[in-house]
Design a protein. Structure first.
Length: 496
């Protein structure tokens, strides 16, 4: 073992111990020795020892506070593919659960196609992995992140292909899983290689603005600590950080490329002990600083569909700068950074992962897998699938205040079918914000939608397929129409 490899492994162990103080690391030591021997003598294209890659993949996952089996699977994830060691040997040494994750990663890596076929196969395999074992996707994200971090040693065409694939597949899925930090890291590196000129322009503009704003940040942090302490609120942490380049670039484009119209280049994060401290802290902040109108968001009462919870406000600081604040508990903070992965950790007994909530759209993945089982069916359903999963989202409300997550430009028909098939099939009209509107009206975030139904209606109209946006609505409309057509043909045949 070289000193560099030893340092990396010690770093991994220290991170794991920090998050799980009472954990037994014997199996981790065995996994490292197993992977090190298997990859002995192998080099990456960069010239680094191959073992550095699984180590850095495992470190990324350890920072997410995931449990030990996931970290061990990350250490072993390239062994069956790139060494003489087999999956059966891994199963014998580390058990069927870890071997199953390693097998899942191996399957994700085997893509023989090029061009559009490669894109389709990659996307299909990612969805199958999510439906089967979401832990495999966590490992794949960490694997992809380190591959991106060392991408500069690859030929330009391959760099571009990997970076584009990251922006089109990996980052959007990470976003839907609520994994904000890894999504941002993936996008920022990929952005640099897919759109280099735009990256340089945005980076230069954002960095300049960031350094100007940072001058006032430390003073604001000190004041926040003082005011909260006077109210007996002692945050776990208060820190400011620049938001990710690609997300800020998209805001710049929407706001006429004017950096002065982007208010959240820096976010000040206040992590507190409990829920009551969140709201108390928000009140204290507003007592001392004037909030910007329309910028107060309560994602605790109304979480985003990917599970994100936090209080947001934007204030005018004494230096005349505009600063966004995010207030949340430690659990909410972990969820915001690591999404679904934050729930895969050890409980006090150290025996099993805790999954508090499931992201709603993930519940549909098994059905998606069935519907698009073959590559041909997947290709046919690709566009609606991409809209459901990757397109920008809107959040609309039922009259009772329930939040419905839909893709941008979704219609009342999409809304109706997202609630229940019968609501969609019996839909005759829609009331949006207390105004009757046509069924093809694009909905906007914040709309309150009431669906008018009639039990005597004979089902959905064929014309609805021209404007619905979601896979759910399209699938249910087609299913009803096909059933109706089959029934009609049976009656005609019987009469003959």
């Amino acid at each position: 073992m070289s000193s560099a490899e030893g340092n990396l492994y010690n770093k991994l162990k220290n991170i794991v111990k920090n998050h799980h103080p009472n954990i037994d690391l014997t199996l981790l030591d065995l996994a490292y020795e197993f992977a090190q021997k298997a990859h002995e003598g192998q080099k990456r294209v960069s010239g680094d020892p191959y073992i550095n890659h699984p180590l850095k993949t495992a470190i990324t996952l350890a920072k997410m506070k995931v449990n030990l089996p996931i970290i061990i699977a990350a250490l072993l994830h390239d062994v069956p593919e790139d060494t003489s060691k087999t999956l059966n040997e891994i199963k014998k040494e580390f058990g069927s659960d870890i071997a199953s994750m390693v097998a899942g990663i191996t399957k994700l890596g085997k893509i023989k196609y090029r061009g559009m076929e490669r894109y389709i196969e990659n996307l299909r395999k990612m969805f199958i992995a999510m439906a089967s074992d979401i832990r495999v996707v966590f490992i794949k994200f960490a694997d992809r992140l380190h591959n991106l971090q060392t991408i500069n040693c690859l030929p330009p065409k391959k760099r571009y292909r990997i970076a584009l694939e990251t922006m089109e597949i990996y980052a959007p899925i990470a976003n839907r899983l609520g994994m904000g930090e890894i999504k941002g890291e993936l996008e920022d590196i990929a952005f640099k290689y897919v759109y280099p000129k735009e990256y340089e322009w945005a980076y230069s503009l954002i960095e300049s603005s960031y350094h100007k704003k940072k001058i006032h940040l430390d003073k604001t942090i000190s004041q926040v600590k003082e005011f909260l302490g006077a109210a007996n609120i002692f945050p776990i942490s208060i820190y400011g950080r620049r938001k990710h380049i690609y997300s800020l670039y998209k805001k710049l484009i929407k706001r006429e490329r004017d950096i002065n119209n982007v208010y959240d280049i820096i976010a000040l994060r206040i992590v507190v002990k409990d829920l009551s401290d969140c709201y108390a802290a928000l009140g204290i902040v507003h007592k001392h600083w004037k909030p910007l109108k329309g910028r107060i968001k309560d994602y605790i009462a109304q979480p985003k569909p990917n599970g994100y919870r936090s209080l947001h406000t934007t204030i005018f600081t004494e230096g005349g700068e505009i600063l966004e604040l995010q207030i949340r508990t430690e659990e909410m903070h972990d969820e915001a950074e690591f999404g679904v992965a934050a729930h895969w950790r050890y409980d006090e007994s150290g025996k099993r992962a805790i999954v508090h909530r499931e992201v709603k759209w993930m519940q549909d993945l098994a059905q998606i897998q069935k519907e698009f089982e073959g590559r041909k069916q997947f290709l046919e359903g690709l566009e609606s699938l991409k809209i459901d999963v990757f397109q920008s989202r809107i959040f609309v409300f039922t009259p009772k205040g329930d939040v419905i997550d839909l893709p941008e430009n979704a219609t009342p028909i999409d809304f109706a079918y997202s609630i229940h098939s019968d609501i969609g099939n019996q839909c005759t009209g829609a009331v949006i914000n207390e105004q009757i509107q046509s069924l093809d009206t694009p909905l906007l975030s914040g709309d309150v939608v009431h669906i008018i139904t009639n039990k005597d209606r004979r089902g959905p109209s064929q014309d609805w397929l021209k404007f619905v946006k979601t896979r759910t609505a399209r699938s249910k409309i087609k299913s009803y129409l096909n059933t109706k057509k089959s029934s009609w043909l049976e009656r005609i045949t019987f009469k003959k």
